[in-house]
Design a protein around this ligand. Structure first.
Ligand code: ZN
Length: 228
């Protein structure tokens, strides 16, 4: 790999003197995508289809990117926005958004941003109905929100699968969650808000103290709603 580190953290990663867990434990900020490529081999990406145009037989045809048009003195100006998630399918996931003038560059930029936003996903055997001991679901019931969309994720026993829409399934697959129950509230036609609400829930889980499982729900950091 011809990655040349540009930051101090990058150099530490390149020489192998820091691990991924240490980066998150110490709250170090990842500022170059090469760090993530190096530390998480086999990272996959998925595009969240945030665009839509009226379909032939009614309804909405989902498209990978959202195009907005703006009138300008010299004619129409197009802007293309994309949302990409990256993950290793085993406990690490990131989400990125970007805007550009064309599809390809919007997706590339969003992928890069997603890598910089990589974070661990808490998983466990979660449900009291399941005793398999594998990390296949979320450890606790948790709620996330974005805009008017609110989603509640609940631990599910093995075999339940992912009972949610296609875009949300992409998120769970890349996160390495195999079984989950979910409920959503509010305006849910926006796929972008929906995906971000799931990430909001993941972030809240990361801020919880999960050692005492029964009281975990009450221990969410109260400062959580200051972002966005
Ligand atoms: Zn289990």
């Amino acid at each position: 790999m011809d990655w040349i580190p540009r930051t101090e953290l990058g150099r530490q990663v390149a020489e192998g003197s820091i691990t991924l867990d240490e980066i998150f434990d110490k709250g170090r900020k990842i500022k170059e995508a090469g760090i993530v490529d190096k530390l998480i081999p086999g990272l996959q990406s998925e595009i969240i289809f945030i665009g839509g145009s009226p379909g032939k037989g009614g309804g909405i045809k989902r498209t990978p990117t959202r195009r907005t048009v703006r009138m300008h003195r010299s004619g129409r100006r197009y802007r293309v926005s994309a949302m990409v998630i990256v993950g290793n399918g085993d406990g690490y996931i990131g989400l990125g958004k970007a805007v550009s003038t064309e599809n390809r560059t919007a997706i590339e930029k969003a992928t890069e941003v997603a890598k910089l936003n990589i974070m661990p996903v808490r998983r466990s055997c979660g449900s009291w109905e399941c005793t398999c001991g594998e990390a296949h679901t979320v450890p606790v019931e948790i709620e996330g929100k974005n805009g008017s969309v609110r989603i509640r994720l609940l631990p599910a026993p093995k075999g339940v699968g992912l009972c949610m829409n296609k875009e949300a399934k992409k998120v769970m697959r890349l996160a390495g969650i195999k079984d989950i129950w979910s409920k959503r509230f509010g305006e849910s036609r926006s796929r972008a808000n929906y995906a971000m609400a799931i990430f909001d829930a993941f972030k809240k889980m990361n801020r919880m103290r999960l050692d005492a499982r029964t009281s975990a729900k009450a221990e969410v950091d109260t400062k959580e709603s200051e972002e966005e």
